[in-house]
Ligand binder design. Structure first.
Ligand SMILES: Nc1ncnc2c1ncn2[C@@H]1O[C@H](COP(=O)(O)OP(=O)(O)OP(=O)(O)O)[C@@H](O)[C@H]1O
Ligand SMILES: [Mg+2]
Length: 158
């Protein structure tokens, strides 16, 4: 399995959203984005940008789906936004039908993906967010599989 890592830094939530938007514009059906990071690291903020890039116009609709576990938005394609924070294991993810939503007709984005790694496909894009200071975040991209090579190349170009 091919692995590559890229590191970006943002200094404010707007910049994180802009980064997310650029990434969202490059995603296609079947793509899976696994988000890792502590409470308040900026996962949901990044998701707001990603869904904007995917053509979802109302980014205010994007909130951590803490209680429902998954929110679906309609953009250029369906966007499935999961939050696994409250889950103990992968079974609950499977119970809500994650299999159909992950690597399906749309893009799947999973907050706290490390808690449900068993639900992830072989190939996915992992993004780890870390708070460096009150306003700065480190954003580490790691790709598992060739599928995301083009995306990474294009993120560098823009
Ligand atoms: N550079 C930055 N990028 C993103 N968020 C930032 C940044 N600097 C400060 N913040 C703040 O950090 C917080 C990030 O909150 P957010 O809900 O996105 O985190 P989260 O990782 O989804 O947390 P949770 O695990 O609770 O869902 C916000 O209050 C935001 O204003
Ligand atoms: Mg969140």
């Amino acid at each position: 399995m091919k692995e590559k890592e890229l590191i970006f830094k943002t200094s404010g939530m707007e910049e994180t959203m802009r980064f997310g938007k650029k990434l969202g514009m490059l995603l296609s059906p079947g793509d899976v984005v696994a988000l890792v990071g502590e409470l308040g690291a900026g996962k949901t903020t990044l998701v707001k940008g990603i869904v904007q890039g995917l053509g979802v116009t109302d980014r205010r609709a994007v909130k951590s789906p803490t209680f429902s576990l998954v929110h679906t938005y309609e953009g250029r394609m369906p966007v499935y936004h999961f939050d696994a924070y409250r889950l103990e294991d992968t079974q609950e993810m499977l119970d809500i039908g994650s299999d159909e939503m992950i690597s399906g007709d749309g893009v799947a984005i999973v907050e706290w993906a490390d808690k449900v790694s068993g639900c992830l496909p072989k190939e996915y894009l992992q993004i780890t967010l870390t708070a460096v200071s009150a306003h700065e975040r480190k954003i580490e991209l790691r790709i598992y599989g060739y599928r995301y090579d083009e995306i990474i190349k294009n993120l560098f170009r823009t």
